[in-house]
Design a protein around this ligand. Sequence first.
Ligand code: GLN
Length: 485
Amino acid sequence: MNPYELTISQALKEMEQGELSAVELTKSCLGRIDAVEKEVSAFVTIDREGALAQAENADRQRKTGDGGTLCGIPLSVKDLLCTKGLRTTCGSKMLENYVPPYNATVVEKIKGAGAVILGKTTMDEFAMGSSSESCAFGVPNNPWKKGYVAGGSSGGSAVSVASHECPGSLGSDTGGSIRQPASLCGIVGMKPTYGRVSRYGLTAFASSLDQVGPFCRTVEDCALMMNVISGYDQMDSTSVKQDVPDFSSSLTGGMEGLKIGVPREYFTKGLDSEVEKIIHNSIEVLRKQGADIIEVSLPHTEYCVAVYYLIAPSEASSNLARYDGVLYGYRDMEADTLMDMYKQTRSKGFGAEVKRRILIGTYALSSGYYDAYYKKASQVRTLILNDFKKSFESCDVLISPVTPTPAWKMGENTEDPLAIYMSDILTLSANLAGIPGMSVPGGFTAEGLPVGVQLQAAHFQEEKLLKTSFNLEQGLRLERRKLDI
Ligand code: GLN
């Protein structure tokens, strides 16, 4: 096995036993990047020198016994998490040359644990999208099938892990951007409870929905990364003071005593039959392992797309007002007046989807329309939350598809924003309710495209997700397949 193929826990073991050094592992990942990056486009920026220096440091720390939980593990980071001294573009021309003067809290945490940051990954501009095709600096490709999307908006992060450029990554999920690309790329991805992981230094898209989380190739690695990134942060006023359990210890025991709810509304028309089959197979595996399977109802599911696409753009229109050419980022130098400078900076700096969201959000928040749109959406958001609360009175974990279909061909939906918005229908409500959710590989379609299984639990019940996904992973024992790169 090449070092770049190792999972985080395998690599840690080899390093602990002195069979592998952080420098060797980092060089192996950089070599893999050299070999496949042209085909997969997972990175906006690759920090070779920085990575090797961090790896040397990790090797020194390991020798003196100061190494942290992720000592010497190369990771990639979505390009909207601030990295001190390392360009952070948000996939946008607006921030093409932006170099943050500070690290996001999660970046500090992984660095503090000894991780090696290889670089920053491609993503939909300002995290708005489901295919990563709106990235201004390269579009990630699905490593399982040429010409297919990787999902989005954290597409580059998912691809870097799926194509073995690194064993783990950090992404962000506002309406599915970790779970959906994890599903379409056949890896594990978790969106923690809102407030579990600090958002300080995460470039804001929709602040009441955004959450940072890990991508990995195994559930065990996901638990390891959750141990490192979770916890209260006084720099984020929405961060919650809640004890952080040892997530790795939840990966024991069978499914006896756990109730798994199957939400009726998630299995309706529009659901691809192969996806449906894979989810039902996973349900059967969990049943055989001793889980109690029951049907539940989330009656307001049909409103989640409408609610999300009012609330997220409203918050985005406010958050993105800061890109005016004055403080940082792109400035149009040809304008003669201040007003023209604002207008042209924003016209040229933002892409089409970002502009569309700013327009929708500004409209929904304007006086006269606020009550009809934003306020109404916020009220229905509460109904969606109440649906979950009710269902978690009778079950521990919800199981469903992540997306109605497997990955689609690039360019297929780019002209039809509504079709793309509809593909988010199964992931948006977890963000609206603030609950944790994850995607774990469930199988492959006949065409060879991966399909993920979505698990959701009540607030701060990530351990139940990890336990269930671990059992599912062990029960399915998916064969190792060859990537299409
Ligand atoms: N696809 C959703 C959107 O376009 C979610 C994106 C995300 O989670 N960042 O807004």
